[in-house]
Design a protein around this ligand. Structure first.
Ligand SMILES: CC(C)=CCC/C(C)=C/CC/C(C)=C/CC/C(C)=C/[C@@H]1[C@@H](COP(=O)(O)OP(=O)(O)O)[C@]1(C)CC/C=C(\C)CC/C=C(\C)CCC=C(C)C
Ligand SMILES: [Mn+2]
Length: 299
C-alpha cells in the first residue's frame, strides 16, 4: 500500500482546492480560527470530490457502483483509515470534531439522484435533493463551527423556538436554491431542469421556453417567486447564526450575505440567467465583510 502524506500536507491540499474552487467559502474561512478553518477545508474537499463524481470531467464514467465504493471509502475514513492523501485531513478533523456519518451518506444519496433524475415535479421533491446535497453541509460543519450554549439557554431562545440544527439545514437549502437559480441556463444545456415542473406550469412557462432561454413576463414572475422562497429560507436560517460560537458568527454571516448577494444580482440582471452569469464582484464581496462583522456582534 502507498504511504500517505502527513496531516499538514493533506490539509494544504484541501486549502489549495478550497481557495481555487470556492472563493466565497475560502474568504469566509479566513475569518475563522486556524483549527476550524482547516477542518472546513477538509470537509469542503470531501464534498467537492463527491460532487465531482457526478458533475466533473469524468462523470460519464460514474455508475451507482462508483458511489457504493465512495461510500465504503467514507466508512473507512470514519473508522480512522484514510485511503487517499486528502482523507488524512478528514480523519484528523473527525478526531478533533466528532461528527455523525449520516449527513455524509445523505450527500452521496443526493449525488445518486443526479445520476438518474433530471426533473423534479414538485418543490417537496426538490427540497429533498437540496437537503441531501447542501443541507447536509450545514450538519457537517456545525460541530466544527460550534454552538454557544449560554445563548441557547436564554429565555428568548426557548420563547421563539429557535432550532440551530434546522437552521443549519435551512442555510444549506437556501444556498442550493440560489445555486439552482443562478445556474438555470448552464443546467439546461446539460438537459437538466431543477425548477419544479408544477411551478413552471403555474406561471404558464414551458420546458421548451426554458431550453430556448425565453425571458418574458412569465419567466420574471416565476423567478420572483423562486427568489422570494430562497430568501425565506435565508431569513429562517439567520436566527441560528446567533446561536453559533462567537468566533464562527462573522464567517457564517459573511458567507450568507455573499450568497444572498447573488439573488440581488439576478434581479439586477432582470432575471436573465441564460446569457448572463450572476456573480458578486470582488469589490462588493469585500464591502460585505464589515457589515457581516457588525451583524455578528449583535446579541
Ligand atoms: C446554525 C447555522 C445557521 C449554522 C451554519 C451552517 C452552515 C455553515 C450552513 C451552510 C451550508 C453550505 C455552505 C452549503 C453549501 C452547499 C453547496 C454549495 C452545495 C453544492 C452542491 C451541488 O451544487 P451544484 O452541483 O448544483 O453546483 P456546482 O457543482 O457548484 O456548479 C454542492 C456542489 C455539493 C457539495 C458541496 C460543496 C462542494 C460545498 C461545501 C462547502 C463547505 C464545506 C464550506 C462551508 C462554509 C462555511 C463558511 C462554514
Ligand atoms: Mn456540482
Amino acid at each position: 500500500m502507498r504511504k500517505l502524506v502527513p496531516e499538514s500536507e493533506a490539509y494544504e491540499i484541501c486549502r489549495q482546492i478550497t481557495a481555487k474552487y470556492a472563493k466565497t467559502f475560502y474568504l469566509a474561512t479566513l475569518l475563522m480560527p486556524e483549527q476550524k478553518r482547516r477542518a472546513i477545508w477538509a470537509i469542503y474537499f470531501w464534498c467537492r470530490r463527491t460532487d465531482e463524481l457526478v458533475d466533473g470531467p469524468q462523470a460519464r464514467l460514474t455508475t451507482p457502483e462508483t458511489l457504493d465504493r465512495w461510500e465504503q471509502q467514507l466508512e473507512s475514513v470514519f473508522a480512522g483509515q484514510p485511503i487517499e492523501d486528502a482523507d488524512v485531513a478528514l480523519v484528523d478533523t473527525l478526531q478533533r470534531f466528532p461528527m455523525d456519518i449520516q449527513p455524509f451518506r445523505d450527500m452521496i444519496a443526493g449525488q445518486r439522484m443526479d445520476l438518474y433524475r433530471s426533473r423534479y415535479e414538485t418543490f417537496e421533491e426538490l427540497k429533498l435533493y437540496c437537503y441531501r446535497v447542501a443541507g447536509t453541509v450545514g450538519l457537517m460543519t456545525s460541530p466544527v463551527l460550534g454552538f454557544d450554549l449560554d445563548w441557547s439557554q436564554t429565555p428568548w431562545n426557548s420563547q421563539f423556538g429557535t432550532n440551530p440544527v434546522e437552521e443549519a439545514i435551512a442555510l444549506g437549502i437556501a444556498k442550493q436554491l440560489t445555486n439552482i437559480l443562478r445556474d438555470v441556463g448552464e443546467d439546461a444545456q446539460r438537459g437538466r431542469i431543477y425548477l419544479p415542473l408544477d411551478e413552471l406550469a403555474l406561471f404558464n412557462y414551458t420546458e421548451e421556453d426554458l431550453f430556448k432561454g425565453v425571458v418574458d413576463e412569465r419567466w420574471q414572475e416565476l423567478m420572483r417567486f423562486q427568489i422570494q422562497r430562497a430568501r425565506k429560507f435565508y431569513t429562517y436560517a439567520e436566527k441560528g447564526i446567533g446561536a453559533l460560537s462567537r468566533d464562527a458568527r462573522w464567517p457564517v454571516w459573511a458567507a450568507t450575505m455573499l450568497y444572498q448577494g447573488i439573488l440581488d444580482v439576478i434581479e439586477h440582471n432582470n432575471y436573465d440567467v441564460f446569457t448572463q452569469r450572476a456573480y458578486v464582484s470582488k469589490g462588493r464581496k469585500l464591502l460585505y465583510l464589515p457589515v457581516a462583522w457588525l451583524r455578528a456582534q449583535a446579541l
